[in-house]
Design a protein around this ligand. Structure first.
Ligand code: UDP
Length: 239
């Protein structure tokens, strides 16, 4: 039998890119299905789960602005992209027997509930997987900041950031053979060394509210279950 979970409540941040698998746009049904299964399994082990999903597999405001679009409009499109991803994830979870609720930071009533903190907590206490969409609801932010914010708001024990690399490195491991992988870092080390973990606003929010953050490789099946059971996979950022 595997070890029991060491966390009571978690916030999982999935980037939009995590959903597209090997493609360069959109959602790969196989990848989202596998991630949904891992989330359901952790839920069955008794862990309460909130999820923030990015939108980078569809639109990013910054990219749209670089191509000539108004930045705020681009950010609105990016936030709506996260709603699309959250709907896809809710569907994937419910098709596999889990219970999911999409809560949006931008009111979009025919499609998702509004994000209301107390309701979100109620959903997760009842065993539903709460999918927090539309980021923070404000332009010029990222879904990493939304993840830090929601983790703090719902009283998560830890924020897990799912990525395609096995932790945080001193330099890009694809370009530098001697890049060092960190097992633990402090928030200030991340900020001072400008390490590519999350944007500074998100890290500062975690730091100010003592929210531990683990960056792990979601491309390895079963890793979510492993980190929930306390295995030291990836990189831990903490006080
Ligand atoms: N976004 C925003 N405010 C937020 C969160 C997201 O304006 O609070 C927009 C922004 O344009 C961003 C896009 O939504 O580029 C998609 O989010 P993000 O880039 O964080 O997605 P990820 O990289 O995680 O896939």
């Amino acid at each position: 039998m595997s070890a029991p979970p060491v966390y009571r409540r978690i916030l999982l941040k999935l980037s939009g890119e995590a959903l597209m698998g090997e493609a360069d746009y959109g959602i790969d049904p196989k990848v989202i299905g596998r991630l949904a299964e891992e989330i359901i399994e952790v839920r069955r082990d008794g862990v309460e789960i909130g999820v923030v999903i990015g939108g980078g597999n569809i639109f990013r405001g910054e990219g749209l602005a670089a191509a000539g679009m108004d930045r705020v409009t681009g950010d609105h499109m990016g936030m709506l992209a996260t709603v699309i991803n959250a709907l896809a994830m809710a569907d994937a979870i419910e098709k596999r027997g889990g219970y999911a609720r999409v809560m949006s930071a931008i009111p979009i009533h025919d499609v998702a509930e509004d994000f209301i903190r107390r309701r979100a907590i109620r959903h997760i206490e009842k065993g539903r997987i709460a999918l927090f969409a539309a980021g923070t609801g404000n332009p010029f932010f990222t879904t990493d900041s939304a993840a830090a914010l929601r983790a703090i708001e719902i009283g998560a024990d830890i924020l897990f950031k799912a990525t395609k690399v096995d932790g945080v490195y001193s330099a890009d491991p694809a370009k530098h053979a001697n890049a060092e992988r960190f097992e633990t870092l402090t928030y200030d080390q991340v900020i001072e060394r400008k390490l590519a973990v999350m944007d500074t606003a998100a890290i500062a929010l975690c730091r100010d509210h003592h929210m531990p953050l683990r960056i792990y490789d979601m491309t390895v099946p079963g890793n979510l279950g492993r980190i929930v059971r306390g295995e030291p996979i990836g990189t831990l950022v903490r006080d």
